[in-house]
Write a protein that binds this ligand. Structure first.
Ligand SMILES: Nc1ncnc2c1ncn2[C@@H]1O[C@H](COP(=O)(O)OP(=O)(O)O)[C@@H](O)[C@H]1O
Ligand SMILES: [Mg+2]
Length: 316
């Protein structure tokens, strides 16, 4: 049996969320927030954390700066049971990435310092370590600019080693959706965009057309649709699963939590309807606390929520 269920190579950083700011934000004034949350950020790390919290064995490779924020992010992953033994701490002027989220009545400002996120290179990765799993997941294709050009070759090698592969590009800040994405998709078994991303990648505003087009490239396409749940297409088969009814507090990390829930079942050989339902359960759960991992960190809360909201899913 391989050492891990899932390995992930990707970015690792914190989110600092300031809640309850006024609108507009005046310059040159001392503006007071009424609450703050310092929490694990970054798609790759949130997927890793939540997969481990659900009970999968996860190995994670990344590069962080030699700074206290990088250490806190690393500790969060370790606490969830993720193996971080090969995360590289690179000394030098480039610090671990950080996202500052300013929440105010008009919406949110999201400010990101990429730091070491863009610095991760294929030479930082240990192919033998990443291969010692059943499945490999890759997130944030466009933020990981130092790794992106090597992704198709990395996928090809991992596939040759017998792993299945999933990809969640997340957003492309340049909104161009190039950079070898189609080359990478040739090796992907499960592609996990949200509805907007699926449309942008396919170059159409018609989600149905976008999904049909993507399904020609990837064997299983799963599209996340926020409060409307998710759909999956595999060949001629199509499945739809409604969102779980919750009162959302914060949508940050819902898509990554969905990925964790979906993949937790997928690697166990579950059928697509169950994978989708479990993804929706994990995504909804994430929205009930700030950030992408705060809900998952609370083991008791997780048990109660999954029992109350997951009855028919877990009973299968
Ligand atoms: N308001 C909500 N109520 C219930 N579930 C939600 C809600 N928002 C998101 N989710 C769950 O999280 C998943 C991912 O959210 P979505 O916003 O589509 O992805 P992303 O975070 O990648 O943009 C959804 O498919 C759904 O299962
Ligand atoms: Mg997403």
């Amino acid at each position: 049996m391989p050492r891990f269920d899932v390995t992930i190579a990707g970015e690792l950083n914190l989110d600092l969320i300031l809640h309850g700011l006024p609108e507009p934000l005046p310059p040159e004034r001392e503006v007071l927030a009424d609450r703050m949350t310092l929490t694990l950020g970054s798609s790759s790390a949130i997927v890793a954390h939540n997969l481990a919290a659900l009970g999968s064995r996860v190995g994670f490779q990344s590069r962080i700066g030699d700074d206290p924020l990088g250490q806190i992010a690393l500790d969060r992953l370790s606490e969830a049971g993720v193996d971080v033994s090969l995360v590289r701490r690179a000394p030098g002027p480039i610090k671990s990435g950080l996202t500052v989220i300013l929440q105010h009545p008009g919406g949110r400002n999201i400010l990101t310092y990429s730091g070491t996120i863009a610095e991760l290179r294929v030479s930082d990765l240990d192919l033998e370590y990443l291969s010692s799993a059943r499945h490999f997941h890759f997130s944030s294709f466009y933020l990981q600019s130092g790794l992106r050009a090597s992704v198709p070759e990395l996928f090809q090698k991992l596939k040759a080693a017998g792993l299945t592969i999933s990809l969640d590009t997340n957003d492309d800040p340049d909104d161009r959706w190039q950079g070898g994405l189609r080359d990478a998709l040739r090796y992907v078994d499960v592609f996990l965009p949200n509805a907007r991303e699926a449309c942008r990648i396919a170059g159409t505003d018609d989600l149905e057309k976008a999904v049909a087009q993507l399904a020609e490239l990837v064997s299983t396409v799963v599209v996340k649709m926020g409060g409307e749940g998710a759909i999956a297409v595999r060949g001629k088969e199509k499945f739809r699963s409604p969102a779980r009814s919750v009162t959302p507090v914060d949508p940050v990390g819902a898509g990554d939590s969905f990925d964790a829930g979906f993949l937790h079942q997928y690697i166990r050989g579950a059928d697509l309807p169950l994978c989708l339902a479990y993804g929706n359960l994990a995504g909804a759960f994430s929205t009930t606390r700030p950030g992408g991992t705060e809900a998952f960190r609370d083991r008791e809360y997780r048990k109660v929520f999954f029992r109350e909201h997951g009855g028919n899913v877990l009973a299968r």
